[in-house]
Design a binder for this molecule. Structure first.
Ligand code: 0X9
Ligand code: ZN
Length: 328
């Protein structure tokens, strides 16, 4: 069966979702969110009690995504573990809690929303961050023969590509930059696909959380300015609860820190800000998983850290859900 002692390729993760759906057909189904630039299907799993009933579509929705940045491998791995936990394949001590969640909510988890980039980190460049769609010649400059004067650039930063203060801070117009936001908002197939799904379900959406690495942070809106949003007090309370729950799990490891997203550094066009500002959802957050901010391993978190990271984030997620506006 599926293991958490190594990182898996995109197809292996999706096959596991499919086998979970086969063995949990009354509470799980695959959602095709869209297609990536290179033609991969961006898949999510939708989980709720009695999934084939008409009422199940109208339940309040929780959306979680991982892997928007290609090299942040512990994020898809943690998403997979959270899915297994919700369906009772892990975390046996939490099965009552998970049953309650499935009765109350529909939970949609997309473990890897940048599959082209993710696969590229496995085949070619471990530290690739962006999508893989060609973005044109560096500085837009071509040579006499119609090729690029400098070089061709690939990809946009999918966490700078959303239409919330798009293009203003923490970005570069160098198409080869790690933080190139794209030519315009949602010109990347994967961000467009997720955006469309979220828009189509925005009337039900009660929680959005996106999982990155690294630095062990819980980031609250907004990320393009340090000015506090009107719901800051709520965000602060939620953040305190989440980091406390995470710290309970693996005592002796560095704690996660909650802060406003722009406090890390201001950056425009991220996914959580779009959900917060444009869909108007108060509870829209970004996690930064292990390792901590002082680590030398950075994005290359050893595989023996997958389980502790994932376990502490099951606890963090349960605390988060308990504290969202909808539940209070
Ligand atoms: O820069 C990012 O997109 C995120 N960090 S990462 O190392 N995973 O790339 C942080 C996003 C936080 N959002 C804003 N500061 N707007
Ligand atoms: Zn990231």
């Amino acid at each position: 069966s599926y293991s958490y002692d190594s990182y898996h390729r995109y197809d292996v993760m999706i096959s596991h979702l499919e086998s979970l759906v086969a063995s949990h057909s009354s509470e799980a189904e695959i959602v095709d969110v869209g297609t990536s630039y290179e033609g991969r299907t961006i898949k999510a799993i939708r989980m709720t009690a009695d999934i084939s009933s008409d009422e199940s579509d109208d339940k309040p929705m929780i959306w979680l995504d991982g892997g928007i940045h290609a090299r942040e491998w512990v994020s898809p791995a943690t998403m997979m573990y959270i899915i297994d936990s919700i369906l009772g394949e892990q975390e046996t001590d939490k099965s009552d809690k998970m049953g309650e969640l499935l009765a109350k909510f529909q939970i949609v988890v997309a473990p890897c929303i940048n599959p082209d980039g993710y696969e590229y980190t496995h085949t070619t460049d471990r530290l690739w961050r962006k999508t893989r769609k060609p973005s044109g010649c560096r500085w837009g400059k071509k040579n006499w023969f119609g090729g690029c004067f400098y070089r061709m650039c690939y990809g946009a930063d999918p966490n700078r590509n959303w239409a919330a203060d798009w293009g203003n801070s923490g970005v570069s117009d160098d198409r080869c930059s790690l933080v190139y936001p794209g030519k315009e908002p949602f010109d990347q197939e994967n961000t467009k696909a997720v955006k469309t799904y979220l828009e189509n379900h925005s009337d039900k959406l009660k929680l959005y959380a996106t999982y990155h690495s690294y630095s062990q942070l819980f980031l609250t809106p907004v990320g393009y300015t340090t000015t506090k949003p009107e719901n800051w007090k709520h965000h602060k309370k939620v953040g305190d609860a989440v980091v406390a729950a995470i710290a309970q799990r693996n005592k002796g490891t560095a704690p996660y820190i909650a802060m406003q997203s722009a406090g890390l550094y201001p950056a425009s066009g991220d996914s959580a800000d779009w959900v917060h500002d444009v869909l108007g959802l108060t509870d829209s957050y970004t996690f930064e998983l292990r390792p901590d901010g002082n680590s030398n391993v950075g994005f290359e978190l050893p595989a023996d850290q997958i389980l502790p990271t994932a376990q502490e984030n099951v606890d963090g997620l349960l605390a988060l859900i308990d504290n969202i506006e909808y539940n209070n």
